[in-house]
Each structure stands twice: as C-alpha cells, then as structure tokens.
Design a protein around this ligand. Structure first.
Ligand code: MG
Length: 412
C-alpha cells in the first residue's frame, strides 16, 4: 500500500547508516528448499476494537502471507507504509537482520523508542507468522521451543461502580465463576471521595484506606480461586506508593502495577525495595535496552513488557532472558486483538519465566471473531501447533469493524 505524502520527499531515501539490506551486505536472498521467497508488499488495516488495533500483513512472491499486529498509536500505519520499500525484495526469513535494517533506516523517525518501535514490531510479528508458514513450524518453535503447552491469561476487570469495593468484589466473583479466569486485575487509581488535588500525586490517608479496602474485599472474595493484581497507572509519588504498598502487604496481592510514573527508575527502585508487595512495571518502556535497566537495577519484582508495543516477539524474549538472569518473572501487558494476543502466547510459551498474559477486552463481544480459531478458553490459551501464529484472520470481521476510511487487505 502506498500513501500519498503530498510530495514530501522520503527523508530516509538517501540516509545511510549501517546498511543492513541484503544487497548492501553482499548476501544473497536466494535459498533452496522452497525458501527462496521475496517480500512484495506490506499492508495495514486498522480495526475499531476497544483500541484501534493496527493489523499488518506481509505479502510474498510465493503467495504466502504473514499477519501481525502493531500496538495502536497515531501514525503507526503511516510509518509502516514508509518502511515497506526497505523490505520489498528481501527474504522474510532473515527476521533479525530485517528488524535491525528497519531500525537503522528509520532513525530519523525515532526508532529507539515510541511508535516507530511499535510499527517495526507489527512487521516483526507478521514476519514470524510468515516465516512459520514458509517453514511449516509454529512461531514458538522459531523462538527456541516451548516451556508450556498453555499460557495462563489474566483478565483485566472493570465495573461501572469502580470506586465501590463491594462492586469490585462482585465483579471478581463473576469473572472467576462465570468466565472461568483464575487470574484478575483491577484498577486502583479510582476516585475515593477523599481527593482534594490529584495532580500532586500525594495520597491522603482516606485515599490509602479506600484503596486498601478495595484490595481487601476483592482478594478475600476470590481467595484460593484467583490471583489478583492491581494497577495504579503511574499515579502516585514515592512516599504515597510506599504507604499504599505497605498498607496492602497483609493481603498478599499478585502484584501492584505502576504505582509511580515511569520515567524515574531510581524512584521505582526505592518503592520496590520498600515493600514485600510485589511491584510490576514495564509497559511504557521500549526494547531490551530500556527494560533491562528495570530488572538490573532491582526496580521491579515483576517485569511487564507489552510485546507489540516494546519491540516485538524476539525483543520480548530477550527481555525475558535478561529478567531470568535476575530470577524476575514476566507478566505480559496486552491490549491487542486476537492476532497480537496469540503472538504474545507464543512468546509466553517460549520463555521460562512467564507468569501470565493479559486479556483486556472482555467487554467486547466480537473480540474472538477476528480469527477463525478459538483463542482463550477457560482462562488459558492453548499454544497453536499450526504453522506461524496458527490463527486465520477473519476478513469479514475485519471489514465489518474497520476504522472509517481504512481499506481492507488485498486477498492472499
Ligand atoms: Mg498497566
């Protein structure tokens, strides 16, 4: 797909850093055994889910198509359009080289972090699906094989009465008993009625008591039936985070997520070291270079990368491997469609230290319709054994829910 940039010159057209195209490296893209394949096009279509899911397809001259998903974000489809010429003619099996090639070619767009990484990740996920289909192997096999046949999924829960501790406990009970999950997460950055000024990040005593009350009611209600995590969305200062984490220690939560803003790792470390409550963070950091510091500095008890946001499947495996050297488990943040979620499950299968993978769409009744195969059943994803990601995009569902103005993928 080619978008009109209104005559804007491609700033990367003459940009040369470390050239990692096959041509520049003097390597041949030709291979035997049915592996002489070239990328012919890359397309995106945004679907209006509970987030604007950005689906990516990589087309080849072999007629085999790979499907992936980038984390949502303004400009991601445009960035993928601009990356397409850098990959046309390349062999899609050289996933790592092509990934670094894109990082080099898009340095002007900021390929170290942010949406450019996210755009590259969407292509990288599609390349894993494509490579698996070419080689007739499930994607987890390309990542080194699997530690587990099924991946535990935790359900991000909401209730209209989010500030009512009893309503949260009722919803926890419903999700466990009716939807079959044994792992949950609730928001803890909800109004308590005691706030005077939320901008100063300081929790008043009544706010701490209210949050501790939510934690107590929810954990007591589903104790022995579910693990429960709580998310603070970067809301509090260090002292408030420490007081909150200390106040809920007796309830032994699964983890407390993002109690402080994401930028200052020193503060993150201070909070984590102050409490027995497990502290998780990581969804706002990119690539292994950023996430490794959280782990190496002891700033988290649990690291929480978002696979299609932080850089893709192999990049998440690299983070997990660093974390494993520090005996730190991985709880994968996830707000993706079934495509990105299944890709996350392949990663979670292939790393030793996977705790669980998030599911953030239980209020969207057509989430599972986006692919033909069942995905989450009884709070688990059975890791697919079919080639690639092992799921088939349902183009009718894509067409039905496309973001206005989007174009449906070309047929395979
Ligand atoms: Mg979070």
């Amino acid at each position: 797909m080619t978008r009109d940039y209104g005559g804007l010159r491609d700033p990367n057209a003459e940009y040369t850093m470390r050239k990692l195209s096959a041509e520049a490296m003097g390597v041949t893209a030709k291979r035997g055994g049915g592996r002489d394949v070239e990328i012919t096009d890359i397309q995106t279509t945004m679907v209006d889910g509970n987030f604007p899911w950005t689906l990516v397809r990589v087309y080849t001259d072999a007629g085999i198509v790979g499907t992936g998903e980038a984390y949502w974000g303004a400009g991601v489809p445009e960035l993928i359009d601009r990356m397409t010429p850098f990959l046309v003619g390349e062999n899609p099996l050289d996933i790592d080289r092509l990934y670094e090639h894109l990082v080099q070619k898009t340095s002007g767009e900021g390929s170290v972090e942010g949406v450019t990484v996210t755009a590259i990740a969407g292509i990288e996920v599609a390349l894993h699906d494509l490579a698996g289909r070419i080689l007739e192997l499930p994607a987890y096999q390309l990542l080194g094989g699997k530690y587990r046949d099924e991946v535990r999924v935790y359900c991000d829960c909401h209730t209209a009465a989010e500030a009512d501790p009893e309503a949260c406990a009722d919803e926890a009970e419903r999700v466990v008993e009716e939807l079959g999950y044994d792992a949950l997460k609730f928001d803890l950055d909800v109004p308590s009625g005691h706030e005077i000024d939320r901008a100063n990040r300081h929790l008043r005593p009544g706010e701490v008591r209210h949050k501790a009350d939510i934690v107590e009611r929810v954990t007591e209600r589903v104790r022995n039936r579910a693990d429960v995590a709580f998310d603070c969305h970067w809301s509090f200062g260090a002292n408030s985070a420490e007081r909150l984490a200390g106040a809920i220690e007796e309830h032994d939560v699964w983890w407390l997520e993002d109690p402080v803003p994401p930028e200052n790792i020193d503060v993150q470390e201070r909070v984590t070291r102050s409490t027995l409550t497990p502290i998780a963070a990581g969804e706002n950091r990119y690539r292994v270079t950023e996430l490794r510091r959280l782990v190496e500095d002891g700033a988290v008890d649990i690291v929480a990368p978002d696979m299609p946001k932080m850089g893709g499947m192999r990049e998440t495996v690299k983070v997990a491997n660093v974390a494993d050297q520090h005996y730190v488990p991985v709880a994968m943040h996830n707000v993706a469609s079934p495509v990105g979620t299944v890709a996350g499950a392949h990663v979670a299968a292939a790393i030793p230290n996977a705790l669980a993978l998030e599911y953030h769409s239980y209020e969207l009744d057509w989430w599972a319709d986006l692919v033909s195969e069942p995905v989450i059943e009884d709070g688990r994803i059975t890791v697919p054994e079919d080639p690639g990601l092992g799921v088939t995009l349902d183009l009718d569902t894509v067409a039905e829910h496309m973001v206005e103005g989007e174009t449906l993928f070309d047929p395979e």
